[in-house]
Unconditional design. Structure first.
Length: 404
């Protein structure tokens, strides 16, 4: 594992912080990284243990991801969807996290046009009739009734999350998910009041944030994950993202998590690093997806060079535009990275792969045993999520990290 060092970490990173009225024991949040541990959309013992271990490892809050607000918002059969039947098991998860001294958040979203027709049983919903290469299909264009229905699904999912004991929710409005599909001119070609200028494209996503805030009350923490860029020509870019951030704050967001990338078009932009195409193909169950990844994987899943703090520049613009906490995500690998984020004015950081590789890394950093993760960003953990759940493949196979 990581090299032992003598320097002890300190400063703001390991001091308590607040999101609304929620006090967290430090400034490190486990990012919402899809676990692949929800067979038939239900909570598994593996999911509970995964997040308990993260909490025991020192993170201030762990984010359960991805939970669809409805059955028809799922991309895979092993994605959770919020409903009354799973609340008792979710309560066991939050109880396990709380017993370790951490808070629990759950990421709520809807896949929109890249939901799986095989999983949901009908054509997916979308902002416009945009062909989805990821699914080789067109969506059904949403009307006012659909929007009202989805708006209520987000609100109901949020109240059920509260009932299950979650301390916060993270509304997913980035990465090409449904709310992001309305925000992005790449997928929003509407000619009505929900398309065209940014003010129109923000209308439906903003109404969802507003409805969620109404449902959970004035004090409950509502984080919103959003894009600063889609990574596609003619799509959402950072200047628009700044305006979106201001609007989300006005509608009741407690904190923002500025990210990037479009799952159906630029899926690894939000992660950077290796592209384990063969492993991704091997772990699929749909023959068409296996063949597609083997033949066209390098075109469908582009490679982006990994750099530490790769979202800092764009996130800085968002932070300067709002008065609520902004969480820095993207290439946060070391205590030095975290201290840089705090010095830049970010209140929290979200960490994904470093915690997947070593759930105890936050404790080790605070004790001064390590100052940085030895994750090599190979992204084989991402491929593993479709077969057995997300994990550090290098560790399970007894391999050393690849040279960076």
């Amino acid at each position: 594992m990581a090299k032992v060092v003598e320097k002890k970490a300190g400063g703001k990173v390991f001091s308590p912080g607040r999101i609304g009225k929620l006090e967290l024991r430090n400034r490190i949040i486990r990012a919402g990284c899809f676990e692949g541990m929800c067979p038939e959309g239900c909570v598994s013992e593996e999911l509970i243990e995964h997040h308990r271990a993260v909490a025991a490892g020192g993170a201030a809050m762990t984010t359960v991801a991805y939970c669809s607000v409805a059955q028809d918002g799922r991309a895979y059969g092993h994605e959770m969807w919020m409903r009354k039947e799973i609340i008792p098991d979710l309560k066991r998860l939050t109880d396990a996290v709380h017993a370790e001294g951490a808070a629990a958040s759950i990421q709520l979203g809807h896949c929109g046009y890249f939901a799986s027709r095989r999983t949901i049983g009908h054509a997916p919903l979308g902002a416009s009739r945009k062909f989805c290469l990821f699914r080789l299909s067109f969506p059904r264009v949403m009307n006012e009734h659909d929007m009202a229905n989805v708006r209520e699904q987000f609100a109901q999912a949020a109240t059920m999350a509260m009932e299950a004991g979650f301390d916060a929710i993270e509304v997913h409005a980035g990465h090409g998910y449904l709310l992001s599909q309305f925000l992005s001119p790449y997928t929003n070609k509407r000619k009505d009041e929900y398309g065209g200028p940014l003010e129109n494209r923000m209308r439906f996503p903003a109404s969802v944030i507003r409805r969620v805030r109404e449902a959970v009350g004035p004090d409950y923490p509502v984080l919103v994950k959003m894009n600063t860029t889609d990574g596609i020509r003619g799509a959402l870019e950072v200047d628009d993202a700044v305006e979106v951030a201001r609007r989300f704050e006005a509608e009741g967001a407690s904190a923002l998590v500025p990210s990037c990338g479009f799952t159906a078009k630029t899926p690894l932009m939000m992660l950077r690093g290796g592209v384990p195409t063969w492993m991704m193909a091997w772990n699929q169950t749909n023959p068409l997806q296996i063949i597609g990844l083997l033949l066209f994987g390098r075109f469908m899943v582009q490679e982006y060079k990994f750099e530490e703090l790769f979202l800092l520049e764009n996130a800085r613009k968002v932070r300067q535009a709002v008065n609520i906490p902004v969480v820095l995500i993207g290439g946060v690998c070391s205590v030095d990275n975290m201290e840089t984020a705090m010095n830049e004015g970010f209140e929290f950081v979200e960490v994904g792969r470093a915690i997947i590789r070593d759930p105890d890394i936050v404790n080790k950093m605070q004790r001064g045993e390590v100052l940085a993760s030895d994750c090599d960003h190979c992204n084989r953990c991402v491929a593993a999520m479709d077969k057995g759940g997300v994990r550090c493949v290098a560790l399970t196979k007894g391999l050393k990290p690849r040279k960076k």
